[in-house]
Design a protein around this ligand. Sequence first.
Ligand SMILES: C[C@@](CO)(OP(=O)(O)O)[C@H](O)COP(=O)(O)OP(=O)(O)OC[C@H]1O[C@@H](n2ccc(N)nc2=O)[C@H](O)[C@@H]1O
Ligand SMILES: Nc1ncnc2c1ncn2[C@@H]1O[C@H](COP(=O)(O)OP(=O)(O)O)[C@@H](O)[C@H]1O
Length: 284
Amino acid sequence: MTVETFAPAKINLTLHVTGQRADGYHLLDSLVVFADCGDRLTLAPADDLTLTVTGPRAEGVPTDGRNLVLKAAALFGPGRGAAITLDKHLPAAAGIGGGSSDAAAALRGLAQLWDVALPEPQAVLSLGADVPVCLAPRSLRMRGVGEEITEGPRLPAMGLVLVNPGVEVPTPAVFKALTRKDNPAMPHPPGWASAATMAHWLRTQRNDLEAPARALAPVIGTVIGAIAATPGCLLARMSGSGATCFGIYDSRAEAETAATTLRAENPGWWVAAAEPFTLKPALA
Ligand SMILES: C[C@@](CO)(OP(=O)(O)O)[C@H](O)COP(=O)(O)OP(=O)(O)OC[C@H]1O[C@@H](n2ccc(N)nc2=O)[C@H](O)[C@@H]1O
Ligand SMILES: Nc1ncnc2c1ncn2[C@@H]1O[C@H](COP(=O)(O)OP(=O)(O)O)[C@@H](O)[C@H]1O
């Protein structure tokens, strides 16, 4: 039996940095959603554990033990085989959890292939602060350093655009450049009847990593301006530690139109139109 899993792009609609632990990791308060664009994993039964990376964004992605997919597989212990193909569509080191979502999808898929339980939460967190939130993609609130996951609000219909200008901004460097670490937490997200009311609420919230990321990579400001200038854009903001930014629209059709414009005007940028993605447990 071959198992196929989807690793959707993660979007931090908000990202509040509320403190810093003694070990240097930051305390976060983030509304996380997922988009229906992402990487695809195929996991086939095999004697040995192997990884092949394919797809339009395969270049530069490690194929050895540094790949988070193989690190995820290692959590199940030695002596298990699978031939894994990772079809890469998301840019790496881009603030949309490409590696983390791959790791989470590998955990889901391998647990199914080998008919075993998922590793313990602490082991999952050891793969990366973003991996727990990627385990069951849907609207979620993420707190702690990434390990405290609670349900987020039900999302209204909306269109999304993701844009990456091709600049890698390393997550540690962005956190390091953040001057104020004790920012206010996010109030309880109320739930919204429309994309417009959601965007209105989101505008009262923040991504605290946006300013330090823009200082390191000023092109992020250009990207946000370009998204905000597209017709129907309700909100333009950076996701995670950047450099990917997102736009929110009333409908997928509006997002598709905006994506076409952004691609035409900026041929070097990675641009995707999407809608929110929710994992249906039976189809993990
Ligand atoms: C910032 C966020 C927000 O969702 O997203 P991305 O920009 O990575 O997508 C995540 O917290 C990133 O998660 P992830 O990329 O898995 O982080 P890790 O590999 O565990 O850590 C990378 C580095 O980021 C910093 N880090 C990460 C998480 C956190 N809560 N505090 C931190 O200070 C640390 O410097 C750490 O060495
Ligand atoms: N499956 C993977 N896909 C992408 N990057 C990976 C993967 N496994 C390991 N990496 C490494 O992880 C780093 C961070 O990738 P990613 O999780 O996409 O970034 P971010 O944390 O900004 O969302 C990259 O520099 C890359 O070399």
